[in-house]
Design a protein around this ligand. Structure first.
Ligand code: ADP
Ligand code: ASP
Ligand code: MG
Length: 423
C-alpha cells in the first residue's frame, strides 16, 4: 500500500467540527487506496496556553517539565481524531511520540530527530489498520523523557515521517491555501505560488514565514520529500496548494520569488569597543554560550578613540537577535565586561525593529536587486538600520512600525502580484 502523510495545524483541528472535517479528508485518502499517517498539532491556541501556564508557575523552569506540559496539546487532538475516524468506520489508532517511538536528542524544547523506527506502525498497518494518527511536535529523549521540537514543530514531524516511511507525499494542511509571495495577511496582492524551490522556501521560513517550520524544509530538501501546503477548509485534489520541490521543476522565472519578515527583532550596539584581533570572538563567543541567536552583525569602520580612557583604535559593534533574547544578551555582555575580556562605553538596545527580506534564486544571476530594494524603501521614507545579504536573499532591519509598508512596497516594486514568464 502506498503511504501518504497528512499534517493538520492548530486552526485545522481547532474544535470538534474541524476535527470531523479532518477525519473526512483522511477517509477520502484511505478510500483512494493509501495507508495514511496523520500528524496533528494541538488545537489552535492550546500550546500558547500551556506555555503561559508553565511561565506563570516557575521562573526558572525545568525544560523537561516544560516539554511534558507543552507537548500534551497534541495528545488530545491525536486521540480525538482517532476516535472520530473509528466512529466513521475507518480503522485508526493514535500514537504519542514515545509509543512510536520518535527518538530525538535531549535538547528540550528544541530537540532534533535521531530515528523513527517503522516497526510498530508497520505492524499495525499489516494488521489492517488504515490510519496512524501521530501527535506532532513531540519525541522521546535517550533519557526516556518527553521532548518537543520547537514551535511549529509538527511540520517537521510530518516531513520526518514522510522520509522514514517513504511516503508518496507530505501534505501540510493549514489555514491558507498554499505558500504565497508574502504573508497574505499583510497584503491582499500576495499571490499563491504553484511551486517553490526547497532553497527559496528554506530562506523564507528561516527569515520569518511561519507557514512551514524551517527544519521541516531542511529535512524535505535532504530527503527529497514532496512537500505540499494546502487548505484544510477547501476541497482539494492532487493539484491544489503549493508544492515545495527541486529547482528544476519550477517553470516560472522571477528574480525575486517572495518576501518574508520577522517582526520581533532587537538591535544591540556596543559603543567604543577596542578594534583588535579577537574582539569579535570575545563578544560573540559569550553570546553563543548564553544561547543568543545572533543574526545580523555590523562592525563600524575603526576610528581613533577621542576618549582618553580608551586609547588606540575603537569601533562600534552592532548585532541583532530575537527581542525575547535581549535579557540574555545584555547579561552575557555585562559579564564579559566585568571579567575584563571586553570593554565598551555604552550598550544601546533598540527593541522596536523588524527584519524584512526579499528572497529569490534568480538573484544568483541578476544584479541590481539590492539597489532596487533600497531605493523603494527610501522612496517611502523607510530608514534601513542594518543590511545582510547572501546568495539568494537580502535582509534589512527597519523600525517595526514600517513592516507592513515595507512588505507592501517591495511586493509592488518586484512585481510579485503577477506571474513570471514561463521558462
Ligand atoms: P498551522 O497552525 O497550520 O501550522 P501556521 O499559523 O503555523 O499554521 O502557518 C500558517 C500561517 O503562515 C498563515 O496563516 C499565514 O498567515 C502565515 N504565512 C506567513 N508567510 C506566509 C506565506 N509566504 N505564505 C502563506 N502563509 C504565510
Ligand atoms: N502545537 C505546536 C505549536 O503551536 C506545534 C505545531 O503546531 O506545529 O508550536
Ligand atoms: Mg505551523
Amino acid at each position: 500500500m502506498p503511504i501518504l502523510v497528512m499534517k493538520f495545524g492548530g486552526t485545522s483541528v481547532a474544535d470538534l467540527d474541524r476535527i470531523a472535517n479532518v477525519a473526512a479528508k483522511v477517509q477520502r485518502e484511505v478510500e483512494r487506496g493509501y495507508n495514511v499517517i496523520v500528524i496533528v498539532s494541538a488545537m489552535a491556541g492550546k500550546t500558547n496556553e500551556l506555555v503561559g501556564w508553565v511561565n506563570k508557575t516557575s521562573d526558572f523552569f525545568d525544560a523537561r517539565e516544560y516539554d511534558a506540559v507543552v507537548s500534551s496539546g497534541e495528545n488530545i487532538t491525536a486521540g480525538l481524531l482517532a476516535l472520530r475516524l473509528q466512529d466513521m468506520g475507518v480503522s485508526a489508532r493514535s500514537w504519542q511520540g514515545w509509543q512510536v517511538p520518535i527518538n530525538t536528542t535531549s535538547a528540550h524544547s528544541a530537540a532534533r530527530f535521531v530515528s523513527i523506527p517503522r516497526a510498530n506502525i508497520d505492524a499495525k498497518f499489516a494488521e489492517g489498520f488504515k490510519v496512524a494518527v501521530v501527535a506532532g511536535f513531540q519525541g522521546l529523549s535517550p533519557e526516556g523523557r518527553i521532548t518537543t521540537l520547537g514551535r511549529g514543530g509538527s511540520d517537521t514531524t510530518a516531513v520526518a515521517f514522510a522520509a522514514a516511511f517513504g511516503a508518496e507525499r507530505c501534505d501540510t494542511y493549514t489555514d491558507v491555501d498554499g505558500v504565497y509571495t508574502t504573508d497574505p495577511r499583510v497584503t491582499s496582492k500576495a499571490r499563491k505560488l504553484d511551486k517553490i524551490s526547497y532553497e527559496e522556501m528554506l530562506e523564507l521560513s528561516s527569515l520569518g514565514a511561519k507557514v512551514l517550520q524551517t527544519r521541516s524544509v531542511e529535512l524535505a530538501m535532504r530527503y527529497k520529500v514532496r512537500l505540499r501546503v494546502l487548505s484544510s477548509f477547501e476541497d482539494t485534489d492532487e493539484t491544489s496548494g503549493t508544492l515545495v520541490c527541486a529547482e528544476e521543476e519550477i517553470m516560472e522565472s522571477k528574480v525575486v520569488s517572495g518576501i518574508a519578515f520577522s517582526r520581533d527583532e532587537a538591535k544591540i550596539t556596543l559603543v567604543t569597543v577596542e578594534d583588535r584581533p579577537g574582539i569579535a570572538a570575545a563578544i560573540f563567543g559569550p553570546l553563543a554560550e548564553a544561547g543568543v541567536n545572533v543574526d545580523m552583525i555590523v562592525q563600524n569602520i575603526s576610528e581613533k578613540a577621542h576618549d582618553e580612557a580608551h586609547p588606540g583604535a575603537v569601533t562600534d559593534m552592532t548585532f541583532s537577535c530575537p527581542v525575547d533574547q535581549i535579557g540574555k544578551a545584555r547579561k552575557a555582555m555585562e559579564q564579559a565586561k566585568a571579567s575584563g575580556s571586553i570593554d565598551y562605553t555604552d550598550l544601546v538596545v533598540d527593541t522596536e525593529v523588524s527584519k524584512v527580506s526579499v528572497v529569490g534564486i534568480g538573484m544568483r544571476s541578476h544584479a541590481g536587486v539590492a539597489a532596487k530594494m533600497f531605493k523603494s524603501l527610501a522612496n517611502e521614507g523607510v530608514n534601513i538600520k542594518v543590511i545582510a545579504t547572501s546568495e539568494i536573499k537580502i535582509s534589512v532591519l527597519i523600525d517595526r512600525k514600517y513592516v507592513e509598508l515595507a512588505v507592501q512596497t517591495l511586493h509592488d516594486a518586484f512585481d510579485l502580484g503577477t506571474a513570471g514568464e514561463a521558462v
